[in-house]
Design a protein around this ligand. Sequence first.
Ligand SMILES: *Cc1c(COP(=O)(O)O)cnc(C)c1O
Length: 406
Amino acid sequence: MLPFYKPSYDPDTVKALDEVLQSGWLTTGARTKEFEKQLTAYCGNKNTICVSAATTGLELMLRWFGVGDGDEVILPAYTYSATANVIIHCGAKPVFVDSGPDFNLSMKEVEKAITSATKVIMPVDFAGLPCDYDSLNELVARDDLVAMWESKNEIQEHLGRILILSDSAHSFGGTYKGKTVGSLTDISVFSFHAVKNLTTGEGGAIALNLNSKFDNKAIYNSLNTNSLHGQTKDALAKTKNGEWRYDVVNAGYKCNMTDIQAAIGLVELAKYEKHTLVKRKAIFDYYTKAFEKLEWAEVPEYSSEYRTSSCHIYPLRIRGIEEMQRDLIIERIFSRKVAVNVHFQLVPMMSFYKGLGYTPESYPVAFDNYTREITLPVYTDLSESDMDKVIAAVTESVLEELVVNA
Ligand SMILES: *Cc1c(COP(=O)(O)O)cnc(C)c1O
């Protein structure tokens, strides 16, 4: 079976892990700080803080902004449930919106969904393709929306408008009008989960890029405290002579990144631009070249004049099929010893969210995208013959299914 995903093995990672294990320091320390510095340099944002996952990073930022009871947060229905779960954790209401043809949230639908209770918009750069950030940034700054803004705390007062908190779990390294994801809007959160483009096993980072009214370094410091029990000193600071005494200034969370994770991340980052992204783009090019000439295949956008994807996942759509046919095609692909996947089942399709009264039919474009979508394997060790096998398995399976249904 050709697996859907396989992490790459790199001897440099083993060396880095050996070093960190021998260093006598495993949790948050010098390596995490170095990783944060290099991430900031790569993305071109103001400050970056590493955390245990994208999920904890997103929640930390919703709580930083004081999102809670009675507040609404806009997000696409077409995302992983983590984006919505953190809104629930904070006691706020997820307001799902439909997608556009590029899978990302539809700007028209975002505009329609805004109310006086809207505190945050959480765009998701699906498959690694950055959303239309110029439109999003302009929308939240629009006079009528700013006039409608009601702040509940000092931070909200200071921003004076809806916050954009991007779920950039897929899009590390993506670009939009010459800028890199992380520097495109207020705050972007990356995931370094095992299947993501750049991995630390589990992990994430918050890229702060708030406007000059904010002291991003001071926010970084407060997030450091809040990701470590509300403690005024981290473990490393406490090791110094005379520094054992610390204070707890709030009931903080525990979602810091370890130096073990950062050591892996530093190796991954060093080869990211010149190796990882190049390889992933080559895989996308190979698939697209094979599929774009076939009538039934709808290939994804991943590279245009103004934006490039990080090529995280390859979402192929089959034209004119229904959900049930897609499922049968996937069975046929698996029987040809190729593993594929579906991204995503809409969050409103999940039992918990259905129980809250959401229905997938309310998001017709996203639902149509879902019913016709098959995600193909993309990972750096994928060879040309692997890709040929994927292309043959998909093509034969689709044609077989279309004949059965003709
Ligand atoms: C992977 C993913 C997340 C969660 O990332 P973690 O680091 O596992 O918390 C959130 N949103 C999207 C769109 C994802 O794909």
